[in-house]
Design a protein around this ligand. Structure first.
Ligand code: CMC
Length: 358
């Protein structure tokens, strides 16, 4: 038995490899440094799903098919009214559940396209604004930002979102990918696998961490106040969001990929100075307090800063994570469907036994 399934191997995969000691991420045979900031969402879809999903178009055709799929799901946000008080990620999950299930390339393309439409509409809904219809001819990243803010983004902004989506596309057997593989293994369909992924991603220990990173930066306010604030948070028994990882014992390579994207975007330098001061203080305090457990910066810390700079509100960060990670969920689901068996582990019963008859 392994608590939290730590170190348990549950799949053979050709998709990605996380080396937690060297701090390296390999996706389909290529290093993260060779991918982030160098390719668009559409190219990452081809890299991850090419050969796994028969009938999936590539290149300009894929961009056109994704654009058409964004347009095809847009009526869902117009027709399906939501109860008040749903968070953006709950809205994303609810609207996604209205897509008919299947295991074919068409269903996969719809699922790759839909989170952009649903995320932008959920953010605008929370702001009391009407949703903006997709413009099918734009790249996926550019249209996402246009649907969010109403205007076409700059090339630099679209490139920054592409860098983010590529960086988070896949990451071994993380909790949401495992959840998606479990559901795919029952042959329930790709929409069901996607819903399992979104649900697992939503938690603050997984994809829900970057929103609280912004809360932390806002509460600290000034670089000089970082240490005292962080010490007090740890004294209250809280975890510092954006630090620590189940697999990495060194700095998460995705943190640097996103910091580089933030610099290329030329984002607010005062915010970056504050973030760097908080990061350095947090790492020093965690080293003092947990000398036996290396706790380093993870992907979520610079995710928060990059998505904030692109105009996403903190409560929607998990939805944007889902936009990118959908590539990985679908690729893993396909791999599971193609070669895997039903995932059905055992548990050890430690409850009471029935009384023996005398
Ligand atoms: N702040 C303070 N202490 C921490 C933190 C943290 N961020 N992370 C781990 N610890 C401590 C923890 O309290 C425990 O100490 P002790 O042994 O004295 O009780 C020790 O480190 C080991 O923690 P664990 O819970 O056994 O480690 P885990 O592998 O189960 O947790 C984690 C991994 C990511 C859930 C955890 O590091 C965490 O809660 N981090 C903050 C949330 C966060 O940033 N999540 C995003 C993860 S990266 C995105 C993704 O890939 O999902």
């Amino acid at each position: 038995m392994s608590d939290g399934l730590e170190d348990v191997v549950a799949a053979h995969t050709t998709l990605s490899d996380v080396d937690g000691v060297a701090g390296r991420l390999v996706i389909r045979g290529r290093s993260l440094d060779d991918l982030a900031g160098r390719m668009a969402f559409e190219e990452m879809v081809t890299l991850m799903l090419g050969g796994l999903l028969p009938g999936l178009p590539e290149g300009a055709e894929l961009q056109a098919v994704l654009g058409a799929a964004r347009a095809s799901v847009f009526p869902i946000v117009l027709r399906a009214s939501l109860p008040a008080g749903l968070s953006p990620v709950e809205a994303l999950r609810t609207w996604t559940a209205l897509i008919p299930d299947g295991e074919d390339a068409g269903t996969a393309v719809t699922l790759l396209a839909a989170p952009a439409v649903f995320t932008a509409a959920a953010v605008r809904r929370a702001r009391g604004l009407e949703p903006v219809a997709p413009e099918a001819g734009l790249s996926h990243a550019a249209d996402t930002l246009r649907m969010l803010g109403g205007d076409r983004p700059s090339a630099a902004e679209a490139a920054a979102l592409d860098a983010y989506l590529v960086t988070v596309a896949d990451h071994g057997l993380n909790a949401s990918t495992f959840a998606a593989r479990v559901v795919a293994s029952t042959r329930a369909g790709l929409v069901s696998a996607e819903l399992a992924g979104i649900s697992a991603l939503k938690g603050p220990l997984h994809g829900g961490a970057p929103g609280p990173v912004i809360d932390m930066l806002d509460a600290i306010g000034e670089p000089g106040d970082a240490r005292a604030w962080l010490e007090a948070a740890l004294d209250r028994g809280e975890r510092l969001m954006g630090f620590g990882h189940r697999v990495y014992r060194v700095r998460d390579p995705r943190a640097d990929a996103l910091k580089a994207a933030l610099r290329r975007l030329g984002a607010d330098s005062a915010r970056l100075v504050l973030a760097e001061a908080v990061e350095q203080a947090a790492l020093a305090i965690l080293r003092e307090r947990k000398p036996n457990r290396p706790l380093e910066t993870n992907v979520e810390f610079y995710t928060a800063l990059l998505l904030e700079a692109l105009g996403f509100p903190p409560e929607a960060f998990t939805c944007v994570f889902a936009m990118g990670r959908t590539i990985g969920w679908l690729a893993h689901a396909q791999e599971q469907i193609a070669g895997g068996r039903l995932i059905r582990p055992q548990s050890v019963y430690v409850g009471p036994r029935p009384m023996q008859a005398a």
